[in-house]
Design a protein. Sequence first.
Length: 203
Amino acid sequence: MPPLPPRDVPALQFHIRPATPGDIESILRLIKDLAEYEKEPESAQATPELLQANLFDTPYAHTLLAFRGQPPDTYADTTSSTEPDAPSSPEEADAQGPLGMALYFYNFSTWTGKPGIYLEDLYVKPEARNMGIGKALFAELGAIAQEKGCARLDWSVLKWNTPSIAFYEEVLGAKGMDEWRGMRLEEEGIKALAKWSNRSPVD
């Protein structure tokens, strides 16, 4: 997740909404931008087909997108925006593309007996950072967590990303889970688990 720039950038009017299938190409661009930032561009293997299947056809995860301009239901009030280049309609805001995203899914804690939210990725474009978008995305996640009765909101951050770590701890009040170490099996490792299976062979 990217760090915040110096705090001298003017405010920007924006709104947040859930992603739709029409946003797939925009989501993919943000994923690739994040992979570039995290110095792993080759790791971004998502495709439009995979996002359609796994975010919308069978929604294993969900995405919030931040767009420039006022909320869609307020465009009838033409005086509500004072930005000279602000979009004049929801369609124009969509055409300009999202400024940031939060991609998340639900998990479960046996200790609390409640669901939780895992924030897989939060990304804000460099030109839109330090304008409150990251905080607003977290606020929306917090509202969703409360609506769903979630006990926790978890995410990971690269160890070298010290500006983000400072923001999470000092501004959001998050605590580092230093006593835990993340573990992972990728596709080949997952397949290899079959050698211990006690399932009946499938014809």
